[in-house]
Design a protein around this ligand. Structure first.
Ligand code: CU
Length: 261
């Protein structure tokens, strides 16, 4: 081992003698595994369904949640592609060839610019994502407004029950029918244990807690039938504690539940 002066840094650095790299083992299995993974990812269409977000939003509230998901996914995927691409490039570009002499590469210690960069840039990214999320949360949680309909929802092992402002329940007790484009306010209570009301396509998930009334809601933007599920394990029948919300036109709702608007 010899010592030489490093003119760039004014220090003495050590240079090791060249090393002869032994021939590598075949990389065929690794290449085959990578190719198989890419093939499976590219052709497993169902696995990509709703990848970016849990569902297709059908209300302004879930649209707000959707936008937060997409922003976070966009930023993180960009970072993944940049870092992963750079890693892949360097691994291929600077790979060791069998039988090559391998001198020790330049030894770099400390770089204020680099260290500041990899500290400040992630902080700025996180602050931007947090700011965007905080800006969108009011939209996701926005309930009520002119012409809103207040519906009392009661959770009980193992079903949700609904009551309109006129005191009536839906004709099919397990299907909540609401008009499109109308703010729906939900007063959520539980009769026994903790449950959770969640219809992903419509709005945020909210706990139903005994002795407490929690409020949630949504303004549906599309006519259709949307499904949800109690999202808090509440006992043996929890899996059967499903939610069905049917969004109909205002005219259909006026005939379905006269006097409620
Ligand atoms: Cu449950």
């Amino acid at each position: 081992m010899t010592s030489v002066a490093n003119p760039a840094r004014g220090r003495v650095c050590r240079i090791r003698p060249a090393v002869t790299v032994p021939p590598r083992r075949s990389c065929l299995p690794a290449v085959a595994a990578l190719a198989a993974s890419i093939y499976l990812m590219a052709f497993a269409a169902p696995a990509w369904a709703d990848t970016a977000t849990p569902v297709n939003p059908a209300a302004s509230n879930s649209q707000g949640i959707n936008e937060i998901y997409r922003a976070a996914l966009g930023v993180t995927m960009t970072i993944f592609v940049l870092v992963g691409g750079w890693l892949l490039y360097t691994a291929i570009r600077f790979r060791v060839k069998p039988g090559a002499n391998l001198p020790e590469p330049p030894q770099v210690r400390g770089s204020r610019r680099l260290e500041l960069g990899w500290t400040v840039v992630p902080v700025l990214i996180l602050v931007a994502l947090a700011g965007y999320t905080i800006d969108k949360i009011p939209r996701a949680e926005n309930i009520g407004g002119a012409g809103s309909i207040k519906i009392a929802v009661t959770a009980q092992q193992f079903a949700f029950s609904y009551r309109y402002p006129n005191g009536k329940a839906p004709r099919n007790p397990s299907v909540l029918v609401v008009p499109v484009g109308t703010p729906i306010e939900i007063d959520l209570r539980s009769k026994d244990v903790a449950h959770d009301f969640w219809v992903p396509a419509l709005g945020p998930k909210v706990d139903a807690i005994p002795g407490q009334m929690n409020r949630t809601g949504f303004t549906a933007s599309h006519i259709g039938t949307y499904h949800g599920q109690c999202a808090e394990f509440c006992g043996q029948g929890h899996a059967s504690m499903t939610i069905t919300v049917r969004v109909v036109s205002k005219a259909v709702f006026a005939r379905y539940m006269p006097g409620v608007r």
